[in-house]
Design a protein around this ligand. Structure first.
Ligand SMILES: [Zn+2]
Length: 307
């Protein structure tokens, strides 16, 4: 079962309502809309350390203050918006409730209820996209938000290019091998891992002009020197840090000799099932449980090989 953070969106994105400006204005004016708030890389929570998102009801002051207001979707009859206030020097203003605080979504994610986490991921990704697409990539003129925050359009009439939110595909893969002496998994240590995490699966960005399967094989080879085959898709995870989707795969190793060929990795090793189970039992050695697709790929393999 797919059960990790950012994969359980509770909102109906209600695509057809994005162009209905009168309806959007009515939702905001009626004071019943609910709003999540983004300030740069952080999201609004209730009290520091609570792990609970603060969703503001009504929020007309917040809507007025936002540099971007995005319609996220519907939960039943309730409209949800994302307000980006990143243009403020400090995240706090009269529009933020007194018990509000801001925290990094990535750090916060393991403690969030999964449906709320998905909403915040959507909000953070769109906030980042708006902030970094203020100018047209074709002609350099300013762009304007359209479709309730789901497009930007170049204001230069002779250009008029429409820009859409970006999602950059990245592949993440559990490479396995079994020479008859028992299954082994390839785990690596990356320089950029958050503090504590020592081993995880190999990952990398998809390049233009390659298939996902080719990206998996290329990344594993580049980073560890291992050749793989039988690349099979498993699951995906939105990863708004800042704008990716992680596409999870399993792959079977054709060779086992590890040569770290990439300056991103500091270590890579083959682990037996028992060794991986031991890493999983220790705090902070693998990515947190139910947090990343990396851990899900590892846990799924552990469950399969447990019999
Ligand atoms: Zn333009």
């Amino acid at each position: 079962m797919i059960d990790f953070v950012f994969t359980n969106m509770i909102l109906d994105r209600a695509h057809h309502l994005r162009t209905d400006q009168a309806w959007i204005a009515e939702q905001i004016a009626a004071g019943q809309a609910r709003t999540v708030t983004v300030w740069r890389d952080k999201v609004l929570i209730r009290n520091a350390g609570s792990g609970e998102a603060l969703i503001v009801e009504g929020a007309s002051t917040l809507h007025d203050e936002a540099s971007e207001l995005v319609f996220l979707g519907m939960d039943g009859d309730t409209a949800y918006f994302a307000a980006d206030i990143s243009h403020l020097e400090e995240p706090f203003s009269a529009a933020i409730p007194g018990d509000g605080d801001f925290e990094d979504l990535r750090a916060l994610a393991p403690s969030l209820e999964h449906g709320i986490a998905s909403m915040l991921a959507h909000a953070r990704a769109l906030g980042y996209w708006h902030r970094t697409h203020q100018f047209c990539g074709v002609c350099g003129s300013p762009t304007e938000s359209r479709k309730a925050g789901h497009e930007r359009k170049c204001t230069n009439e002779t250009c008029g290019k429409t820009h859409f939110p970006r999602t950059d595909p990245a592949v993440i893969m559990l490479v396995t091998h079994d020479d008859g002496s028992g299954p082994r998994a390839l785990l690596a240590q990356n320089k950029r891992f958050p503090s504590g995490i020592r081993f995880s699966t190999v990952a990398g960005f998809v390049e233009p002009g390659e298939t996902l399967e080719q990206a998996v094989a290329r990344e594993v080879k580049e980073e560890t020197g291992v050749d793989v085959t039988d690349v099979v898709y498993q699951a995906s995870q939105p990863w708004p840090f800042p704008a990716s989707i992680m596409l999870g795969f399993r792959a079977r190793a054709l060779t086992t000799e590890i040569t770290i060929q990439d300056d991103e990795l500091t270590d890579a090793r083959w682990f037996t099932r028992d060794e991986v189970a031991e890493l999983a039992a220790r705090d902070g050695v693998l990515p947190p449980s139910k947090f990343s697709i990396s851990r899900w790929l590892i846990d799924t393999w552990l469950d399969e090989t447990a019999a």
